[in-house]
Design a protein around this ligand. Structure first.
Ligand SMILES: [Zn+2]
Length: 581
């Protein structure tokens, strides 16, 4: 997928004003001829991002992010490049027809195809005569037709091989069906995995069906209630959050995502009209799941089960998220065992009321510390106060400190000054924890490399600079620079024009050079571009190139035994030295 000759994309970029598009996501303020804003791509507190209306690109001084209007939307909304093009198009009243077929991952095409067939089959079963009992069960549980459809709930029939027969007839082999967990191999005989169960499809983060969770519905006693797809090449439990693909847009809009344990909790909350909910499918959270949540850049509200496991999971997951600088809130429901049962018993308004009274993670932790303590006893009081203080010592928030100390003082009748001095004594001696901010590694570049990068940047600014390079330099020895130069030349010849912003579109799918191009743009975007400066750079490069050539020839001469050839080399060197003045 190359974006050259794609006039559509360039036309959209030309019409879109980067200042108003970025401004539709975050507030911008004008500074000189540029605009500045807080960078959304790192933990920024002062405006580090600068947006250039002239060049139609943005750059962050702190984390080094650079790009054009499409890369911004792609990164901000966490969508593929071509989706970002479509979003930008609609924001400026244009339509983007994808005449380039989207390169969907063809990697597991067959597996996804099979999963979709199985899903259609299950969904259809539920609506047949054989599905009546299951349908009645679902409706009794308060899951109406709309919810059943929205979450793709289906039924695996009583037969042991109806799905197997369907799929093998379509030409899929048993081995693949076993691999992706739809079919079981028992001593060489194949059976449907989920017979006699209601099926709930499981999606990956991009919305592909990668597995199923299936539950019994006739009150069977001697089998486990739920059966889940085993891990496979398409289903990695720790890399998914149930309902993520559907919830993420609403979460970004509402700046909040609710995290629950089971998928039934998510379905129930969602069917109450609260769509920004995802389920862990368990209590422990993996690094990949944290990354998925972090990417949303919204507050995570933990709403785990009401049992002790859920309490401890709230604490552990909360601490992990806090370490990752994810804003956090906690809800602890009382009475029923999970949000699903809570809503069934108390209604959605009661749940929403809980949502409106969420605790901060700190408040939750303070309540947690009170557990298993008899706070009427002096020893337990003192223990509790010490634990609160040692948690507080890790916090930089001055107001939080003040408020907590005051309330402790009132509640337990201890003088604030005593609490303060105690807090000071346990404050970590090391300087405060450095926040995980990606900062540009100061790369060691010699002045030659810097000059080469300047030339490359100038070349992205107009065909006249490309021609100057071709005429006077024509070649860079370092591979990455050579490759970038070649791509610029290729692009300029194909398009008959070049701008930095359009060239960024062109390299956005070229993994080998994209980051380097962005780095070059980031470092040079505020430079004044004119031919005089370009010539200076070219002269400097030629000098180095000549010096290197002389070095190379001298080495050849030293090792040459043939007198004539030696002489020839000496003359070549003399010639080069004449140039090099
Ligand atoms: Zn940044």
């Amino acid at each position: 997928m190359a974006f050259t000759n794609n006039d559509d994309i360039n036309a959209i970029r030309n019409k879109a004003d980067i200042v108003s598009i970025i401004g539709s996501y975050i507030p911008l303020s004008q500074r000189g001829k540029n605009y500045v804003c807080v960078c959304p791509f790192h933990d920024d507190h002062s405006p580090s991002m600068s947006v250039s209306p002239e060049k139609q690109i943005y750059k962050c001084f702190a984390c080094g992010k650079t790009g054009n209007v499409f890369t911004f939307v792609s990164d901000y909304e966490d969508v593929p490049f071509l989706d970002a093009v479509a979003i930008v198009a609609s924001k400026c009243g244009m339509e983007f027809k994808r005449n380039i077929t989207k390169q969907a991952s063809t990697l597991f095409k067959t597996e996804y195809e099979i999963m979709n067939l199985a899903q259609k089959f299950f969904q259809n079963n539920l609506r047949t005569e054989a599905g009546k009992e299951a349908m009645a069960y679902l409706q009794e549980r308060g899951l109406d037709e709309k919810v059943i459809k929205e979450f793709g709930i289906g039924l695996s029939l009583d037969s042991n091989d109806s799905l197997l027969t369907l799929l093998t007839k379509k030409g899929y082999d048993e081995k693949t069906l076993v691999e992706i967990g739809l079919v079981n191999n028992v001593g060489g005989k194949f059976y449907d995995m989920f017979s006699r169960r209601i099926t709930f499809p499981l999606w990956d983060k991009d919305g592909n069906i990668v597995g199923f969770s299936a539950r019994v519905y006739r009150g069977e006693k001697d089998v486990s209630k739920y059966m889940n797809s085993k891990e496979s090449k398409i289903f990695k439990k720790g890399e998914t959050l149930y309902n993520y693909h559907k919830a993420k847009d609403v979460a970004k809009r509402d700046k909040k995502i609710i995290l629950v344990e089971g998928f039934m909790d998510a379905i129930r909350i969602s069917s109450s009209g609260i769509k920004n909910v995802v389920a862990l499918q368990g209590t422990a959270m993996t690094k990949d799941q944290i990354e998925l949540l972090k990417k949303l850049r919204v507050e995570v509200v933990l709403c785990l089960d009401n049992d002790n496991a859920g309490l401890i999971a709230s604490l552990n997951n909360g601490e992990e998220l806090e370490k990752n600088n994810v804003p956090l809130g906690v809800i602890r429901l009382s009475g029923e065992k999970d949000p699903d049962e809570y809503i069934v018993a108390n209604g959605k308004d009661a749940f929403i009321d809980n949502l409106n009274h969420e605790l901060t993670f700190f408040e939750f932790k303070m309540n947690y510390l009170k557990q298993n303590k008899d706070l009427n006893k002096i020893e337990d009081q003192s223990e509790y106060i010490k634990e609160v203080l040692s948690n507080l010592a890790l916090k930089d928030d001055v107001i939080l400190r003040e408020v907590t100390l005051n309330s402790l003082s009132k509640e337990y009748n201890v003088d604030v000054s005593v609490l303060k001095s105690q807090l000071e004594s346990i404050k970590p001696k090391t300087t405060k924890v450095v926040k995980e901010t990606p900062v540009l590694e100061p790369t060691k570049k010699d002045s030659y490399m810097k000059t080469v990068e300047k030339v490359l940047y100038f070349m992205m600014n107009g065909v006249e600079y490309v021609e100057a390079y071709q005429k006077k330099v024509g070649f860079f020895a370092d591979e990455i620079y050579r490759e970038i130069a070649n791509e610029i030349v290729y692009y300029a010849e194909a398009e008959k024009s070049i701008t930095v912003a359009d060239f960024i579109t062109y390299v956005s799918d070229k993994d080998s050079i994209r980051d380097k191009v962005m780095e070059i743009v980031n470092e040079s975007v505020n430079d004044e571009v004119n031919m005089e400066v370009m010539d200076d750079y070219i002269q400097a490069i030629l000098k180095v190139m000549t010096k290197n050539e002389i070095k190379r020839l001298k080495l050849l001469m030293k090792n040459e035994l043939d007198v004539d050839k030696k002489m020839k080399l000496a003359m070549q060197i003399a010639e080069l030295k004449k140039e090099d003045v």
